[in-house]
Design a protein around this ligand. Sequence first.
Ligand code: ATP
Length: 274
Amino acid sequence: MDSDNPTEQNNQPVIKVRGLVNRFGDNVVHENLDLTLERGEILGVVGGSGTGKSVLLRSIVGLKRPNVGTVEVLGTTLNELNDAQRSQIERRFGVLFQSGALFSSLNLQENIALPLIEHARLPREDAEHLARVKLSLVGLPSQAALQFPESLSGGMVKRAALARALALDPEILFLDEPTAGLDPIGAAAFDHLLVTLRDALGFSVFLVTHDLDTLYAACDRVAVLSQKRVLVVDTIDKVADTDDEWVQDYFHGPRGRAAQRAHTASSTNAYTQE
Ligand SMILES: Nc1ncnc2c1ncn2[C@@H]1O[C@H](COP(=O)(O)OP(=O)(O)OP(=O)(O)O)[C@@H](O)[C@H]1O
């Protein structure tokens, strides 16, 4: 239900998925799935390959219409909207897909200006000025504005794609495997950037990832998809204690133990340097 009271709105979750069913023919991907994203949090969504993380993200951003169930985003139930209302809501979130999805024929400044021209109807000059601000926000040097995506490193492409997802000052950011393909240092820098921007700008984040380091470094809560639903959603330490074979293998296998050790070491360093 919509609320006109700003205080009430601020306490409301930004995403509420209830009783979600998604299927493709006989392949049932989600069955009665419930999930909530609280305002201002970074929620990591994990699960084995094919458990429906990307389909869930696509259902929430409106690219896949659920077979059954409701998806409420920023207080509005998506299924009930006409195209114009849907586009109004969609302007309030930013999406970074796995491929980065920048236009190869446009330089970075033009890539980021595009949503500002198309959706916010800004004149080109203003849009490109704002695009340069966004590029600097994600830590890219000023000369990157005129570079084309093919001339950039993987880490720079991710940052540029993040700048584009942030172009319209979204309230919710959706990220699908943002650190895939980055080396560990680039991935850690991206995680740090994400937390810094969330702290500064206050958006909420729905983050699909396989990256254990990201879960430890950036996520406030973690949701595990398994058996067509959300098996558990909680802080990472509680999730890691869940009595489930996939969870135990994932969090307590060699990679999981290494990620946890790295996180403990960096927390201890931060503490002793304070
Ligand atoms: N457009 C589609 N048509 C038919 N089946 C689809 C479609 N999109 C996804 N699926 C199926 O839905 C299931 C979940 O896919 P999804 O891509 O969401 O998994 P995932 O958890 O993101 O996997 P991964 O971790 O490997 O990326 C898979 O069985 C997949 O084959």
